[in-house]
Design a protein around this ligand. Structure first.
Ligand code: HEM
Length: 333
């Protein structure tokens, strides 16, 4: 039984209580509405830049692109340009497909031992679908949220909101991305506890961001559709933060501060967590290198002259002993 998710769930519950009680009972609006978001943003920026510089500085002396297609080689062999790009243009095409379509995840397979001990591999597209739904709904929600941080609101934000609310159901109108986000994150969680192999390798650090994002989505949905907070006041606070003239209008309600606190924790946690794959993908040598080892001989630039002991020298030294022992030698004399 993997109980790691309990620790993460408890951590998120404690965070919820801290913000809710902190604002509702102790009146810590400035702390949770201004100080924590600024500190979290600072940690995010510094941590993110630090990790990126660290990766950018890491030497990659070898060609290690991961490929599953034919290398560029002899003219009559069909070269797989995207799988095994030999020039920068196709590296970019491959990266774009990876980043926007999660192309390698699409090839995900599931291994199972069938009756009679036979190992079988099957296509498994659910994880890809869940991941696409999760990332694109998250992006849509983020774009829509720009309306809190901009004045006038840019046209693409309004357009995203209009498209997202195309169902035109309810008041305030239902925005699908928020619900897709919650459903997708819930699927990603269920997968980790229901599939035994995935459960076995899941750590508290895998569950924590899932619960945190679940918390963000649930508190957001509560605010929009159920507890109906004062959105104008929330925008005033958000605008105060981005214009560095922080102000804390009264009466926004504890649930808003919980939402903001969860987002702040996510930001501060981001650079130190697996979520850094957002930046890491660009620095992954298995993806961003050209597979041209058959066209060009790559020599490690740091190779230094090494004193070697050649076979000739070896045989010269031990020839008599080798002959005595009946070991074949190349030169008889
Ligand atoms: C990781 C970042 C964030 C995520 C994923 C997120 C997610 C959500 C979701 C799913 C909703 C439900 C309604 C909807 O779909 O829009 C929502 C509502 C809301 N969020 Fe966020 N949020 C984030 C950051 C923030 C921040 C930084 C603020 C600070 C101003 C904020 C303020 C609000 C407010 C005021 C609502 C209620 C909107 C309404 O009543 O129309 N959110 N959020």
């Amino acid at each position: 039984m993997n109980g790691n998710y309990i620790y993460s769930l408890l951590a998120v519950i404690v965070l919820f209580l801290l913000a809710y009680v902190g604002v509702e009972a102790a009146g810590l609006e400035v702390f949770f509405g201004v100080i924590i978001p600024y500190l979290a943003f600072l940690t995010f920026i510094i941590g993110f830049v630090y990790r990126i510089l660290d990766w950018a500085r890491s030497p990659v002396p070898f060609r290690i692109p991961s490929t599953c297609g034919q290398h560029k080689s002899l003219p009559w062999l069909d070269h797989s340009r995207i799988e095994n790009p030999s020039n920068t243009f196709f590296v970019i095409v491959r990266m774009l497909l990876e980043i926007f379509c999660f192309r390698s995840l699409f090839r995900n397979t599931k291994a199972e031992i069938r009756e009679g001990g036979k190992l079988s591999y099957e296509m498994e597209k659910w994880l890809w679908l869940g991941a696409i739904a999760f990332h694109y709904s998250f992006l849509t929600v983020l774009i829509r949220h720009l309306r809190f941080f901009t004045e006038p609101i840019p046209f693409f934000v309004t357009l995203t909101e209009t498209l997202d609310g195309f169902l035109q159901v309810g008041l305030p109108g239902i925005l699908i991305s928020g619900f897709v986000l919650l459903a997708a994150v819930f699927y990603l969680f269920l997968r980790r506890i229901l599939i035994s192999q995935v459960k076995y390798i899941s750590l508290a650090a895998d569950f924590f961001p899932l619960f945190l994002i679940m918390g963000i989505a649930i508190s957001g949905i509560l605010m929009r559709y159920f507890s109906k907070i004062d959105v104008t006041a929330a925008k005033e606070l958000a605008m105060g933060l981005v214009t560095f003239q922080p102000s804390v209008p009264g009466g926004i309600g504890g649930i808003f501060y919980v939402h903001l606190f969860f987002v702040s924790i996510l930001m501060a946690y981001f650079p130190f967590s697996k979520l850094m794959h957002l930046g890491g993908i660009f620095f992954s040598p298995t993806r961003n290198m050209r597979g041209n080892t058959r066209e060009i001989r790559h020599v490690n630039p740091w190779n230094y002259p090494v004193k070697v002991h050649t076979y000739d020298e070896y045989e010269e030294k031990f020839r008599e002993k080798m002959i005595e022992a009946g070991v074949p030698v190349e030169k008889k004399e």
